[in-house]
Design a protein. Sequence first.
Length: 72
Amino acid sequence: MTRFVGWLILFVFHLFWTIQADRPGLPWLNCKYFPEILSTPCRDAGSMANFTLAAHTKLSTVQAESSLVQFM
């Protein structure tokens, strides 16, 4: 329960931060609008990785350069 409340407080804080700073999106979804939390080149968490060598397309949420992984 404590972990859930902690994530909820972080979500609400970042939601109000983006509204106050007039930035579109949230840090874990749109990394190009939040350069201060980036450590490596970033790819939006909701973008599809469509490589010709891969067998299928996959979301880039669990990759090292994903905005969600960098935010966590």
